[in-house]
Design a protein around this ligand. Structure first.
Ligand SMILES: C[C@H](Nc1nc(-c2c[nH]c3ncc(Cl)cc23)ncc1F)C(=O)NCC(F)(F)F
Length: 293
């Protein structure tokens, strides 16, 4: 059921706690309590840290994208809060009671079997199919950007790096890449800043790896790739990673990861973007792996 976005008055937003820091903003847990009796609803409020002109423009772009997304597997945008005086504004999002998947997996690993991990993977595929149908490229798919509604429901939660594909092209060339997380990026994104649904599929493969390692830091993508790369300083890291990927080196199967799931990850990590599966094909494959019958 479609819910009209609303305007929130800053004076009724009561800060409860900080949830985390994103690309250029922070998110706080607040209670919107106009009756001032603590019966108001809990919301997640995204705000800019430093309102430089560029950050404000990116924030406005992110809010336009968030407003346009309506899907069960994408965090819901609830409305906007204009800060009195300052030309800044805050985005009011639905609050998901659990942390991101990156925090949730290690804490709950004993009760999450392969079936649960595949359920989360198929839900992210559904969200990504919807995103692709709106001609959006996410560019930052990772367990830290997936939120947990409950043990049977996750949602894609951050769109800070999302770009809209132009009408005439199926890929997006990013001018300045910023400090985006290189170990989730496809080779063509690392070497030529080219992003597409196929590069999102590469990142999804890394997310699948994170699921099966339960986001354990000791075997995280950065930890594993840095082990493969030997010690390099950060600017050489990209070239070294591009070379290592060109040679066909890939993350190895996490312990107790079914062979067929690792093969699915490897298909997402095809060097040629055209050889990677679509999110539709991934969802079908993943559903076959799940014993839901
Ligand atoms: C910077 C913020 N970081 C965090 N947010 C939350 C969170 C819990 N519950 C939430 N409900 C709605 C929102 Cl928008 C965030 C949270 N938990 C831990 C965090 F580190 C964030 O937005 N992260 C991206 C994504 F949301 F996808 F995880």
């Amino acid at each position: 059921e479609y819910q009209e976005p609303s305007v929130y008055e800053e004076r009724y937003l009561k800060l409860i706690s900080a949830l985390g820091k994103g690309n250029f903003g922070s998110v706080e847990l607040c209670r919107y309590d106009p009756l001032d009796d603590n019966t108001g609803e809990l919301v997640a409020v995204k705000k800019l840290q430093h309102n430089t002109a560029e950050h404000v423009r990116d924030f406005q772009r992110e809010s336009l994208i968030l407003r346009s997304l309506h899907n069960d597997y994408i965090v819901r945008y609830k409305g906007i809060c204009y800060s009195v005086g300052r030309r800044n504004f805050q985005l009011v999002m639905e609050y998901l009671p659990n942390k991101s998947l990156r925090e949730y997996l290690p804490i709950n690993r004993d009760r999450l079997d392969s079936n649960h991990l595949l359920l989360y993977a198929s839900q992210v595929c559904k969200g990504m199919q919807y995103l692709g149908s709106q001609r959006y490229v996410h560019r930052d798919l990772a367990s830290r950007n997936i939120l947990v509604e409950n043990v049977n429901h996750v949602k894609i939660g951050d769109f800070g790096l999302t770009k809209i594909l132009p009408q005439d092209k199926e890929y997006y060339v990013v001018k300045l890449r910023g400090e985006s997380p290189i170990f989730w990026h496809a080779p063509e994104s690392l070497s030529d800043s080219i992003y597409s649904c196929a590069s999102d599929v590469w990142s999804f493969g890394v997310l699948l790896y994170e699921l099966y390692t339960y986001s354990e830091r000791s075997c995280s993508p950065p930890a594993e790739y840095l082990r493969m790369m030997g010690s390099h300083n950060s600017q050489q890291a990209v070239c070294c990673l591009v070379e290592l990927l060109r040679e066909g080196k890939r993350l190895s199967a996490p312990p107790c990861c079914p062979l067929k799931v690792h093969k699915l990850m490897l298909s997402c990590w095809s060097h040629l973007s055209s050889e990677r599966p679509s999110f539709r094909e991934l969802e079908l494959q993943i559903n076959q792996f799940r014993d839901i019958h």
